[in-house]
Design a protein around this ligand. Structure first.
Ligand code: THU
Length: 148
């Protein structure tokens, strides 16, 4: 069963981002990372202000491991959600973790202007944007003319 958490957005973006980080931390508890021991959790804020979470899922065949961000995106898309305002990412280490290159590309597909939220000191949200992390990205717009 997919757990979609409805969020009450009251215009206070920093409070919203703190809540996203909270849910990313909760998702991290489910991380399956026996090989790297690097636990990651992610929480997406959808266009309808719902939250869909994910964790990293590793595999004995290392290359098949899936990042927390992509777990969250694939869960959300498979349940019909395709626009994301923001994603929060946390890890079991104290320094902030930003999405890897593969995840940036996957996130770009669904909103290049998405906010990226990571954890600063004392759990405070640090907010950046995907466009800053993946400028001149390749996306659906590049294939638009070919679509029929
Ligand atoms: N990982 C993520 O889940 N997200 C990232 O943005 C960076 C890396 C995971 C993949 C792997 O399970 C572990 O962290 C070590 O690379």
């Amino acid at each position: 069963m997919l757990t979609v958490i409805s969020l009450c957005v009251q215009g206070d973006l920093m409070a919203t981002y703190s809540e996203l980080l909270f849910h990313a931390r909760r998702a991290m508890q489910h991380s399956y990372a026996p090989y790297s021991r690097f636990r990651v959790g992610a929480a997406l804020l959808t266009g309808d202000d719902e939250i869909v979470t994910g964790c990293n899922v590793e595999n004995a065949s290392y290359g098949l491991s899936n990042c927390a961000e992509r777990t969250a995106v694939f869960r959300a898309v498979s349940e019909g959600m395709k626009f994301f305002k923001a994603i929060a990412v946390v890890s079991s280490r104290s320094n902030p973790v930003y999405p890897c290159g593969a995840c940036r590309q996957v996130l770009y597909e669904f909103n290049p202007r998405m906010k990226i939220v990571v954890e600063g000191r004392g759990g405070k949200p640090i907010v950046s944007s995907l466009l800053r992390m993946l400028p001149s990205g390749f996306g659906p717009q590049n294939l638009a003319k070919l679509r029929r």
